[in-house]
Design a protein around this ligand. Structure first.
Ligand code: ADP
Ligand code: ZN
Length: 727
């Protein structure tokens, strides 16, 4: 009897596929296989082995088994099963999200290093002084001769300048050769460069609480003001894991944060950190992933997809900046890495720490319900003072590129005192609106309900929603009158401040200036090296970075978010203000924060500034309990979009009627906040329930429906469970 197994294949279908296996090798869940699929072959993962197909069905055989042992162990597979069910997402796509590209494509799970060696002919050439006129080649061969066991690319990069050309040339001449060797994991411990700090009493209490369960499951909310030493608590908890031979997985929201965090961790922990994020090459990622799976890497730091990385000896999970929306994937497989991390910690029976200076209301609610332990760090660590916050009433002052006179004066004072200043505006480009001086027509995207932003450097208009580019205009398309610019983006702030403060080097950090791979890291290094005096940036610059010389933060526009239709807008606004303000005065120098607003007495702003984030969150919580939005309910959104808007609307209405007949109430269909995007009209249907269980059973019925009720051609739908983005 052949084995029958179900395979998850990377196709957008809500199902798994049964195959037969006739081979000798035992087949286990979590192994990769190659199978015939349609007219081609595909790589899949053995999802489960208990399939019993319909008796009259003839199954195709598996072509090849790619792994000797499962690539994903039982608890890792359990996480994928859970995620596929919870988010109602095709299992094959879930499995694909868990694997690094190299392994997804079916390549060998053993990573090999290429080594360079000298040949006997090379030895002779050196001895016979044949290379005195080819200095680089000679230097390379000397280096290879001194390391007869072979030399890695990293060693060559470090020690031999111009090695690449020299290696090519000497290889052509038969003086050197390359060979392959199975890569050895290089995460060995060294002596930590720096000893642990002695913790203050709040930190010590938090650390003790995390370690108290003696490795048992527990969720700990580490709620600490910016600069309160949360990272120090993480570090000391990780040290305990290292001593016990256990691994720690650390999730961070931004790629930009990983190199900095990893450096700090390496200095303090004395081990090499395995990094998992999208700025790495495919092979670097695969190495780190396999090292984690084998248990060679003791500490893994990664962005959201790292939540799936297999761990041979898990001891602790940490989610830094747990409130951050980029922990949730916003398209395709829309999972929340923090929520999956909590599920995973429970399954692995290890403690998990959720750290933030501005916890999400969901997490605070769980803490209030005693599902999570609430640990607070109320003081900045090491004697740093909290920054002084002040609101500038934009109705009272003249502005230049959105910068008020008092802000300019304060900037000048800080700059003259030799300090660094950070100016925050979450809008890139030069100006967000190009408007006619006569008829007030605004330049808009042809594909979206959106205005075009002028990018002065690139000399074009750009839609920030679909990426479309248009030529710059001087005259209105409707009435030919001249146009003018309204509003400000970081590019305009950059040019205005450069003109105002020509003697102080300015660095702008936004997604326009950091497109190249690795440029975010080098920009942050430049921001810290002391030469740059003025930093202008979007939210990329606001998060978690330690910028010790910054003493003044100017928030140019606090009003984005006051009047949004999204029920999360004010939570997000407060988090951003607190996070960006937290960049000020993190070292010995006291910090100052200026917040510009047209609504200086807005109750949200005054609560936040007078009483802090906790008080603000408490007010927001009571508001949510009245409106019934999460965390007081559980929601999912079914999106549909089509060039023919009526088709999308009809599709959702049909779904809604059927759900209704089954006793499930769905709200809508309503047009999305941005109704037209990339030429498609968008609608959505909202499911809202009191309990998570009720939402899950409604979703089970909904997905069954979606299998049957195929939409009309041209209608695309997607489902977002626990959505974070706007309605
Ligand atoms: P957070 O992660 O909460 O923003 P960090 O862990 O980065 O805070 O700490 C902020 C600063 O305070 C860092 O420079 C850190 O070295 C220092 N620090 C943290 N804990 C202590 C302590 N117990 N004693 C002295 N300095 C500390
Ligand atoms: Zn557009």
């Amino acid at each position: 009897m052949p084995d029958i197994v179900s395979i998850a294949i990377n196709v957008p279908l809500q199902r798994i596929f049964d195959y037969e296996w006739h081979g000798e090798q035992p087949l286990h869940v979590g192994m990769r296989v190659r199978v015939p699929f349609g007219n081609s072959k595909k790589i899949g993962i053995v999802w489960s082995s208990t399939a019993s197909p319909a008796p009259d069905m003839s199954l195709k055989p598996i072509t090849e088994v790619l792994d000797e042992t499962p690539l994903l162990a039982e608890p890792d597979m359990a996480l994928l099963h859970f995620a596929a069910t919870y988010y109602r997402h095709p299992p094959g796509e879930v499995a694909a999200a868990a694997l690094p590209a190299v392994l997804r494509e079916g390549r060998d799970a053993a990573i090999r290093d290429i080594l360079w060696r000298i040949t006997p002919a090379g030895d002779q050439a050196l001895a016979g002084n044949l290379l005195t006129r080819a200095r680089r080649q000679q230097a390379l061969l000397r280096y290879l001769a001194a390391n007869p066991e072979g030399v890695s690319r990293q060693m060559l990069e470090r020690d031999v300048s111009g090695w690449q050309a020299a290696a090519r040339r000497t290889q052509e001449r038969g003086f050197s050769e390359t060979c392959e060797r199975e890569a050895t994991a290089d995460y060995a411990s060294t002596t930590p460069a720096q000893p642990p700090l002695s913790l203050n009493s709040e930190q010590a209490h938090a650390l003790a609480a995390v370690l108290a369960g003696d490795g048992k499951f527990g969720v700990h909310l580490l709620d600490g003001v910016t600069g309160s030493g949360k990272t120090e608590v993480y570090l000391q908890a990780i040290l305990q894991q290292l001593a016990a031979g256990k691994q720690t997985l650390v999730l961070v929201p931004e790629i930009g944060l990983t190199p900095q965090l990893a450096q700090r961790f390496e200095r303090r922990l004395g081990v090499r950190i395995a990094l998992l994020h999208s700025e790495l090459s495919d092979s670097q990622r695969a190495r780190a992933w396999l090292a984690a799976a084998k248990g060679d890497a003791p500490v893994i730091v990664g962005t959201r997809s790292a939540v799936f990385v297999p761990l041979a000896n898990p001891g602790l999970i940490i989610v830094d900046e747990e409130h951050d929306a980029s922990l949730k994937q916003h398209e395709g497989f829309r999972y929340h890495a923090r929520d999956l991390a909590v599920w995973r910690a429970r399954r692995l029976a290890v403690p998990i720490v959720l750290g933030s200076a501005t916890p999400s209301l969901e997490t605070l609610f769980n803490a209030q319900q005693s599902r999570y332990q609430h640990l607070q760090l109320t003081q900045r660590a090491g004697g740093a003072q909290p920054p002084r916050m002040q609101v500038i009433d934009l109705n009272r002052f003249n502005v230049d590129a959105g910068i008020s006179q008092p802000a300019i004066d304060t900037m000048r004072a800080h700059l003259q005192a030799g300090q660094q200043v950070l100016v925050y505006l979450n809008r890139r480009g030069f100006a967000p609106t190009v408007i006619c001086t006569e008829c007030a027509t605004m330049a808009e995207c042809h594909q979206c309900d959106a205005r075009l932003t002028l990018h002065a450097g690139k000399q074009r208009l750009q839609c920030h929603h679909c990426g479309a580019r248009y030529p710059v205009i001087q005259h209105c398309a409707q009435c030919q009158a001249p146009v003018k610019l309204l509003g400000n983006g970081t590019e305009r702030v950059d040019s205005t401040l450069s003109a105002l403060f020509p003697d102080y080097p300015l660095l702008r950090i936004d997604s326009d200036t950091t497109q190249a791979r690795g440029s975010m890291t080098s920009a942050l290094d430049a921001a810290r090296d002391g030469n740059v005096r003025i930093l202008v940036g979007t939210q990329m610059l606001a998060k978690g970075h330690h910028l010790p010389d910054v003493t003044l933060v100017v928030v140019l526009d606090a009003d984005q978010g006051f009047f949004s239709s999204d029920f999360r807008a004010s939570e997000r606004l407060a988090q951003t203000i607190v996070q960006v303000a937290g960049r000020a005065g993190r070292a010995e120098k006291p910090g100052e924060v200026l917040i510009q607003s047209h609504f200086p007495t807005h109750p949200l702003l005054t609560t936040l500034l007078d009483s802090g984030y906790s008080a603000f969150a408490a007010e927001l919580m009571s508001e949510r309990s009245k409106t019934g939005w999460p965390p007081f309910s559980h929601i999912a959104v079914l999106h549909a979009a089509a060039r023919d808007g009526d088709a999308a609307l009809e599709f959702l209405s049909g779904i809604q009627r059927t759900l209704h007949a089954q006793g499930i109430r769905a709200l809508g269909p309503a047009p999305a906040a941005m109704h037209r995007r990339q030429g498609r009209y968008r609608y959505q249907l909202l499911l809202q329930t009191r309990s998570r269980g009720a939402l899950q059973s409604a979703l089970a019925q909904l997905t069954a429906l979606l299998e049957q009720q195929r939409p009309q051609r041209g209608v695309r739908w997607s489902l977002d469970v626990d959505p974070l983005s706007s309605f």
